[in-house]
Write a protein that binds this ligand. Sequence first.
Ligand SMILES: *[C@@H]1O[C@H](CO)[C@@H](O)[C@H](O)[C@H]1NC(C)=O
Ligand SMILES: *[C@@H]1O[C@H](CO)[C@@H](O)[C@H](O)[C@H]1NC(C)=O
Length: 413
Amino acid sequence: MVTQLFIFLVLMNGTFLAKGGKFIDIEKLYNDKLSGYNKHLRPIVDTFKPITIYCTFQLVAIKELDEVNGKLSVVGFFEVMWNDHRITWNPVAYNHTYMLDVPENEIWTPEITLANPYDQLNSLGKGFMSVMYFSDGTALWFPGDVLSISCPLDVTYYPFDTQTCTLQMVCWGTSVSQISLLTPTDKVKQDFYIEHGTWELLDTVSTNVTMDIPVIHLTLTIRRRSQFYTVNVILPVMFMVVLNILVFVLPVESGERISYSITVLLALAVFLTLVGENLPKTSKPMSILSYFLLADLILSAVICFGTIYGLNVYFRDDNENPVPLWLQRLVNSCRCRRKKSSVYNKASKAKKCKVDLIEKSTTKISDIAWVLEEPTKVTWKMVARWLDSGMMVTSVIVLVVLKTVFFAITMSS
Ligand SMILES: *[C@@H]1O[C@H](CO)[C@@H](O)[C@H](O)[C@H]1NC(C)=O
Ligand SMILES: *[C@@H]1O[C@H](CO)[C@@H](O)[C@H](O)[C@H]1NC(C)=O
């Protein structure tokens, strides 16, 4: 665009401005051009043709994104350019006056409106801006505003989500036969862009839309910076669950097991309440993080349950209420297998529990004898210990699977 380049040069150098005419020249030009000007008429000689309006968006900042209400607020201004044949002049006739500033409510300006606003339907232009005219009739207008758009958000992968919101700029009440709204660039300009703490601007697209009404679409793709949530939510919850699993290592005799596991469960519950306030309160779609936090809480509750049950088993009286035979056999077989593997490590020749008996290796005799004490009298304490290790291994496996699935799902998105 030759004109745009020209305008750019004018604005940057300021030399043309300095060479502008005197006050008297500008006043004369203003009166000549604005007297009898009808601002309600579209500035086009052939009224059967549409007037072309070029509109570029300069994004200044992302103000906020409200996940719960699906509202994106951005700060920015538009560079709107059109040609008004009524305000053209010969600069030399006005002592080298090349530019004229006219308040926007005294001349015709296009009524550009946000088509998907969050709350109010306002057209651009607050009434205090000026429109800059050049002697060839080119009008340049920079209406700026805070634009709040409604943007349906997908928080499934929160906090590793990427959102796409579109600002639909439309000239309401006109058809494409009257106004042709175009965007000369295929990206939103970011000359004055200020980074946002939570959202990273990934990409922008601006497109000419072919519709019956003049519309352009400005699409912003933003990605959440997830470090905050990883450090403040995901990792602490994970460590708390790990702490919770350690309850099975705590000796029963210390008498601290219940209070320990309840404390961790409470800490987790309090933490989840805090986290819940930061989570999007939408149910459609629901964030998978919510499900995984719930899974952590359930795991913690199950661990608490397991601790209580384990204590119940531990303090059962072996004389009044002996361990049932099937349970004895089960515990024994596990212990045998475990011992067997440890014996295997020391003497890899051994094949079976029974075979070990034949070997008279003096160093391993105690181990082997222990293994083959046939059948060991299983007490409730042994059952409780056996339960503890079983529950610990299961919890660790469940935790690892949960975290792996969570990171796999969110990271792959
Ligand atoms: C233009 O301005 C100069 C001073 O800057 C003045 O001398 C000259 O008379 C002016 N010309 C017209 C046509 O007003
Ligand atoms: C929109 O249309 C105008 C005129 O046809 C063209 O110059 C411009 O490049 C188009 N913009 C995009 C983003 O394609």
